[in-house]
Design a protein around this ligand. Structure first.
Ligand code: NAD
Ligand code: LIP
Length: 538
C-alpha cells in the first residue's frame, strides 16, 4: 500500500482540516465575540493614527478608534471554481493538483515517491500566530485555513471555458508540466472534463494563438449574446452540480490593453451599450467580467490586461458584486516585492532593477507579441512604486530606481521560466551593493496554489459583512459586504486592483499582514504586532 499523502508530507500536527466541513481549531473567549450555529459576530476596535500638518513643518499624530461589528456566515456551502483558459498550463495543473490532493495520491519520481500537497498556498500551507501559551508563553501558531470557516480546495467543483477544445487530459499532456506517473493517475478523470466553448476576439491575443482556437462560442460580438451565454453557462454549472456559489477566474492568455474611450467603457451604462454594439475595444475578459458581475459570481483576473475598465468597476459597485486582479504574482515579481521592501526599509537606496526572464510555455509564446508583452511589462514594472514613495529620506519626490523588464520566448525551457534579476543599490559612504538572482520558477506549479488561494479567499469574502460604530457616532445601520473591489487579494497579484481613489500596496509583508489581520478581526483578535513585550518587560 503506497504511503498515504499526509505521512509523506510530514504533516505531524494533525491540524490539517479534513475537507467537507470546517472544524473550529480554536474559539475566542471574549465578551466581544459571540458564536452561534450559523454565525460568528465580533465587535472590533480598529486603531489608527490620524495625522495633521500643524503648518510649521511638524505633524500632530492623534490616535483614533473606530468600532466595527463583523459577522461571518459559518456555513461554507458547495462551491464551484470556473476557469477561463481551463485548458491552459495553469488550468490543467491546478485541476490535476486538486484531484491528486482529494485522492491523497502518491506517485513515483526519479527522486523517489512524492505526495500531493498544497505547498505555495498561503491558506493551505502557511500558519498565523494565534497567541502565546498562557502558562509557558510559548508561541502558538495555527494553520491559516483554520482561522475562519473556509472552503477546502478538495471540495471545489471545477469547470470552465477554453477556445481550445482539448479535454483536460490531452491539455495536461500539451502543458508538459506534471510527471507522467502523476498524469497517469489522474488522466481518466481529466479526460471526462471538456472546456465550454469560449469567446474569441483575435485582436486581443497574439496571432500565434489562432491554431488553438477550435472551440469558439457562436454568435455575434455585436449583441449581448455572449454575455447571456456565459451567464447561462454559470447558471447551468451551478444547477448541474447543486452549487451554492461559483467563483470565476481568468487564467486565459494575456490580452492587449483596451483603450479607455469616453462614451465606450467609462461608465457601466456605456460599457453595456458598447458590448451591445460590439465595440472593438471590448475585450473577451471584460465580457466575462460583465457576465460574472450580473450573475453575482466573484470574478478574478489572473492576467495583466486592464479587464476592469472603469465601466466594469462601476457595474460591479452597482450590483455589489466582487471583482479582483490583476496578474498572478508567482515568482520573479513576488521575490521583487519582498526584496525591494527589505532593501528600502533597511535604508539601502535601490537605484536599479533589471528583470529579465525567458520561458517556453504557451504564455511565453503569446507574450512574444509586443501588444501582449506590453500588458505584462506594465504589471511587472509598477511593483516597487509604493515602497519607494514611502521613503523620502532615500528618494526625492518623483525619484525612483531604473527598472527594466524583458521577457523572451525560448521554447526549450517550457514551463520552467528563468528569471534573472540584478538589484543595484547605493550603500554607506558611496559604496554599492549588487544582488544577482537566478530564479527558476516552474510557472504553473507556482501559479496553481495562487489560483486556489484566490478562490478560497474570494469565497470567504462573500460570507463576511460589517457595520461601523464610528468614533464620532456616525454608525452604519445595517451589515454590508466589503467594497466590490477585493484589494484583500493583493498578496496573490502583481498589479493589485483597489477601490477607486485608494492606495495600491505592493509590499509583500504588508499585503500578507492585511489579509491575516482582517481575518483575525473577524474573530475579534487584534493584529499581531510582534512587539512581544511579554518577553521584554519583566
Ligand atoms: N506563473 C504563471 O503561470 C503566471 C503568473 C502570472 C500570470 N500568469 C498568466 O496566467 C495566464 C495563463 O497562463 P498559462 O501559463 O496557463 O497560459 P496558457 O497559454 O497555457 O493557457 C491559457 C489558456 O487560455 C486559453 N484562452 C485564450 N483565450 C481565451 C479565451 N478568450 N477564452 C477562453 N480561453 C482562452 C488558451 O487556449 C490556453 O489554453 C496568462 O495570461 C499568464 O500571463 C501566469
Ligand atoms: O509572477 P512573475 O514570475 O513575476 O511573472 C511571470 C513572468 O515572469 C513570466 O514571464 C510570465 O510568463 C508569467 O505569466 C508571469 O507573469
Amino acid at each position: 500500500m503506497a504511503p498515504h499523502a499526509e505521512g509523506l508530507n510530514g504533516q505531524t500536527n494533525g491540524f490539517s482540516t479534513t475537507p467537507g466541513e470546517h472544524k473550529d481549531m480554536f474559539t475566542v473567549d471574549s465578551p466581544n465575540v459571540t458564536y452561534t450555529e450559523n454565525e460568528i459576530k465580533s465587535k472590533y476596535s480598529y486603531y489608527t493614527t490620524s495625522v495633521t500638518d500643524s503648518g510649521d513643518g511638524k505633524y500632530v499624530a492623534k490616535p483614533k478608534e473606530t468600532v466595527y461589528d463583523f459577522k461571518v456566515d459559518r456555513k461554507v456551502g458547495k462551491v464551484g471554481m470556473m476557469l477561463v483558459g481551463w485548458g491552459g498550463n495553469n488550468g490543467t495543473t491546478v485541476t490535476a493538483g486538486i484531484i491528486a490532493n482529494r485522492r491523497g495520491l502518491v506517485w513515483d519520481t526519479r527522486e523517489g515517491p512524492r505526495a500531493a500537497n498544497y505547498y505555495g498556498s498561503v491558506v493551505m500551507a502557511s500558519t498565523m500566530k494565534l497567541g502565546t501559551e498562557a502558562k509557558t508563553g510559548k508561541e502558538i501558531n495555527v494553520p491559516f485555513h483554520n482561522v475562519l470557516p473556509m472552503v477546502h480546495p478538495n471540495d471545489l467543483v471545477i469547470g470552465g471555458w477554453d477556445i481550445s477544445g482539448m479535454n483536460l487530459a490531452q491539455a495536461m499532456d500539451r502543458a508538459a508540466v506534471l510527471e507522467p506517473t502523476l498524469k497517469d493517475m489522474v488522466k481518466k478523470e481529466m479526460a471526462e472534463m471538456k472546456p465550454l466553448p469560449s469567446i474569441y476576439y483575435p485582436d486581443f491575443i497574439a496571432a500565434n494563438q489562432e491554431d488553438r482556437a477550435d472551440n469558439i462560442l457562436e454568435g455575434s460580438k455585436a449583441s449581448m449574446a455572449h454575455v447571456e451565454k456565459l451567464r447561462e453557462d454559470i447558471q447551468d454549472f451551478k444547477a448541474t452540480h447543486g452549487l451554492d456559489k461559483v467563483i470565476v477566474q481568468w487564467t486565459a492568455n494575456t490580452e492587449r490593453y483596451a483603450d479607455l474611450v469616453p462614451g465606450v467603457n467609462d461608465t457601466a451604462d456605456n460599457l453595456m451599450k458598447a458590448i451591445e454594439s460590439g465595440h472593438e475595444e471590448v475585450s473577451p475578459s471584460t465580457v466575462f467580467a460583465v457576465a460574472c458581475i450580473l450573475e453575482n459570481a466573484p470574478f478574478i483576473n489572473g492576467s495583466p490586461q486592464n479587464t476592469f475598465v472603469p465601466g466594469a468597476i462601476e457595474l460591479a459597485e452597482k450590483h455589489g458584486a466582487f471583482v479582483g486582479g490583476d496578474d498572478f504574482k508567482s515568482g520573479q515579481t513576488k521575490m521583487k516585492s519582498a526584496l525591494a521592501d527589505f532593501m528600502i526599509n533597511a535604508g539601502l537606496k535601490l537605484t536599479s532593477i533589471a528583470s529579465y526572464n525567458h520561458l517556453g510555455n504557451n504564455d511565453g509564446k503569446n507574450l512574444s507579441s509586443q501588444k501582449q508583452f506590453r500588458s505584462k511589462e506594465i504589471s511587472k514594472s509598477n511593483v516597487v512604486d509604493d515602497m519607494v514613495e514611502t521613503n523620502s529620506v532615500l528618494y526625492k519626490p518623483g525619484e525612483h530606481p531604473d527598472h527594466t523588464v524583458v521577457i523572451k520566448y525560448m521554447p526549450a525551457v517550457g514551463d520552467n521560466k528563468r528569471a534573472l534579476d540584478e538589484y543595484y543599490a547605493e550603500i554607506f559612504m558611496g559604496g554599492h551593493q549588487t544582488i544577482s538572482l537566478f530564479n527558476v520558477c516552474e510557472d504553473s506549479l507556482l501559479a496553481s496554489p495562487l489560483i486556489i488561494d484566490l478562490v478560497i479567499i474570494a469565497e470567504m469574502m462573500t460570507r463576511i459583512s460589517w457595520k461601523a460604530q464610528s468614533s464620532d457616532g456616525a454608525a452604519t445601520k445595517d451589515y454590508k459586504g466589503f467594497h466590490s473591489v477585493l484589494s484583500i487579494l493583493s498578496y496573490m497579484l502583481k498589479a493589485p486592483l483597489t477601490p477607486p481613489g485608494t492606495p495600491v500596496v505592493n509590499a509583500l509583508a504588508k499585503q500578507r499582514a492585511a489579509l491575516t489581520n482582517i481575518f483575525r478581526a473577524c474573530v475579534g483578535l487584534q493584529p499581531e504586532s510582534d512587539m512581544t513585550l511579554e518577553h521584554k518587560l519583566f
